[in-house]
Design a protein around this ligand. Structure first.
Ligand SMILES: Nc1ncnc2c1ncn2[C@@H]1O[C@H](COP(=O)(O)OP(=O)(O)OP(=O)(O)O)[C@@H](O)[C@H]1O
Ligand SMILES: [Mg+2]
Length: 237
């Protein structure tokens, strides 16, 4: 397993927001983490990323324990995180936004697989025409793509994306979906939090459903499709 999360417990003050949360992502897999509002999906990602400190449990990435490490160390270990709130730099150009994602400010030229600006442009052609425009002038969907592109510039092995299609038009939802699929096909594993069930199921290999603060269901996409009870219990259907 590339990512192994076992029995994570996370609190906000007295509130026990994650209770023995457990999930895995294998190399090359796309795994969806779904559930209704306020169940703890974002809390799970933040606890993995080191933005929240779990009180117990374990996060192992690429064979190494990373539980509770600072976020920049988790990023260096190879986890890229695209938070719910798109965090572009509105006053910086598209190019400068992308360069902000380069770890240590240096592009890795020694690895042919490493992400370069050219490779980003191949996946996100619109950015090439708009390299000098300010981030603020992009649409919501384009800003989402820019955030994903910037995160890829850090060469993650695993990309964790929190609700990338929220608030986007159907056309942009499809574009974001297609880009995530391409990224997955290029060998990067993805842990995807989504409200758009159809979109998530169209690219995921496996699914976890959360009930309040805990894991409710785990299985393949086909297993979930066949399980009306789990869908009714944990999803808005
Ligand atoms: N900073 C915080 N302080 C206190 N409680 C919080 C905080 N952030 C989230 N919570 C609570 O923790 C629970 C889980 O929140 P979380 O954001 O992880 O849910 P989610 O599954 O991502 O929901 P959504 O689908 O709405 O994004 C919710 O009850 C939420 O109100
Ligand atoms: Mg959330």
């Amino acid at each position: 397993m590339l990512l192994e999360v076992s029995n994570l417990n996370t609190y906000y003050g007295q509130s026990h927001a994650l209770q023995d949360m457990t999930l895995n992502v294998a190399q090359g897999e796309v795994v969806a983490l779904l559930g209704r509002n306020g169940m703890g999906k974002s809390t799970t990602l933040k606890s993995i990323m080191g933005l929240l400190k779990p009180s117990s449990g374990k996060v192992v990435f690429n064979g190494r324990e990373i539980t509770g490490l600072q976020p920049y160390k988790v990023a260096r270990a190879g986890i890229g995180y695209v938070p719910e709130e798109r965090r572009i730099f509105p006053n910086l150009s598209v190019m400068d936004n992308l360069m902000m994602g380069v770890k240590g400010g240096k592009i890795n030229n020694s690895d042919p697989e490493a992400w370069s600006i050219e490779k980003i442009f191949r996946h996100f052609p619109f950015m090439k025409e708009r390299t000098h425009q300010k981030g603020a002038h992009l649409s919501g969907g384009e800003q989402q793509m820019l955030t994903i592109g910037r995160t890829l510039m850090g060469n993650p092995k695993l990309l964790m994306v929190d609700e990338p299609t929220e608030g986007l038009s159907p056309i942009m939802v499809k574009e974001v979906r297609d880009v995530l699929k391409q990224i997955s096909e290029s060998g990067i594993s993805i842990l995807l939090v989504e409200h758009n069930l159809k979109m998530a199921m169209s690219i995921a290999h496996r699914v976890y459903l959360m009930g309040k603060a805990h894991l409710g269901f785990s299985g393949t996409v086909a297993e979930l499709e066949a399980n009306a009870e789990a869908k009714a219990k944990y999803l808005e259907v």
